[in-house]
Design a protein around this ligand. Structure first.
Ligand SMILES: Nc1nc2c(c(=O)[nH]1)N[C@H]1C(S)=C(S)[C@@H](COP(=O)(O)O)O[C@H]1N2
Ligand SMILES: [Mo]
Length: 320
């Protein structure tokens, strides 16, 4: 038997494992619809869904800037998902065991119409758009991601917030069976909780994302539904949301509770307010080479012309 070593295989013969998986999914989808055609019943939605539903998404016109997305294999393989791991690589594998279909999202609290929705019912009522945003982690790295989602405001309006609703609290899934750090009660308090002020939550740049790079959200990036708030540090953009509550008081959020002097409730990107252990005035851009210069971090991550008015009467050093 001739064994080809890695050296002998031309690079175009090596199939990226992600591409391989995608191909298998497409084949599975084709077989699913074939089988359905023969049997005369409709295949399950996930399998029969035409690939184009996720790949021909119109671009949202929210920022008017043209950004070049970070290569998708980098965004999919460099993640922060503390329920699974404290490193950046292992969630790619570990998160695959999280069951995300079916999924429901509860909307409750200070609203006229509290409800529990099947995720698919939420998605079918929204016109999904692509939002290409800069994304800045508090650890001083950044990327540009083409998210697929819809304004959070759309969903909140369906629930009809009462005037007493001043903040929005988001809760992520609690699933210790598949999430090792929940099982071990490691480091943070679980489930992961985040929050926004109601005007931040209603802002048109704030989205719920169900996909990226022309496909459904990979599990390690927060499937099936995550928040994206592009002018705040990445930890505000909570993954795997199961509950959205409108509340009267500022929510107690996971990172703020863990280390209040390091991670403020607002956590707007701000080069003038250093983390106690590192500067925030520049960032390493994922996908660059050794020679790519660090990017100068911008106030509100560059979205100031659209969001600065939310904070006009606030001292951002105090409310960091
Ligand atoms: N549920 C949950 N959401 C989370 C996190 C997490 O650990 N758990 N990490 C946050 C942090 S620190 C960042 S930087 C972003 C990372 O998103 P990405 O892994 O898709 O790049 O997700 C945020 N949302
Ligand atoms: Mo982060």
């Amino acid at each position: 038997m001739i064994i080809k070593t890695h050296k002998d295989i031309p690079s175009n013969e090596i199939t990226d494992p992600l591409v391989f998986k995608q191909r298998r999914q497409i084949i599975k989808a084709m077989m699913g619809s074939l089988a359905a055609g023969v049997a005369g019943v409709s295949a399950s939605s996930a399998l029969a869904e035409p690939v184009s539903v996720w790949s021909n998404i119109p671009k949202a016109n929210t920022t008017g800037e043209s950004l070049i997305a970070t290569p998708s294999d980098i965004v999919k393989n460099h993640t922060n998902y503390y329920e699974f791991t404290f490193n950046k690589t292992d969630a790619t594998q570990l998160a695959q065991s999280l069951p995300t279909d079916p999924w429901s999202v509860e909307i409750s609290g200070e609203v006229e119409n509290p409800a529990v929705y099947h995720l698919e019912d939420i998605l079918s009522q929204q016109s999904l758009q692509e939002y290409i945003y800069r994304f800045r982690c508090v650890e001083a790295w950044s990327m540009v991601v083409p998210w697929i989602g819809f304004p959070l405001a759309n969903l909140l309006k369906m629930a009809k917030p009462l005037s007493s609703a001043q903040f929005v609290q988001f809760t992520a899934i609690y699933d210790p069976k598949t999430m090792p750090n929940q099982r071990d009660n490691a480091m943070l308090e679980w489930p992961y909780v985040e929050g926004l002020r109601i005007d931040e939550a209603m802002h048109h740049l704030t989205i719920l994302a169900a996909g990226m790079y022309g496909e459904r959200m990979p599990k390690q990036n927060g499937a099936p539904l995550r928040l994206v708030v592009p002018w705040k540090y990445g930890f505000k953009s909570i993954k795997a949301i199961v509950k959205i509550e409108l509340v009267k008081r500022p929510p107690v959020t996971t990172w703020n509770k863990y280390a209040p002097s390091d991670y403020g409730f607002y956590s707007n990107v701000n080069p003038e307010v250093p983390h106690p252990r590192w500067s925030q005035n520049s960032e390493r851009q994922l996908g660059g080479s050794f020679f790519t210069p660090r990017r100068k971090t911008e106030l509100f991550n560059g979205y100031g012309s659209q969001v600065a008015s939310l904070y006009s009467d606030m001292d951002l050093r105090h409310f960091f």
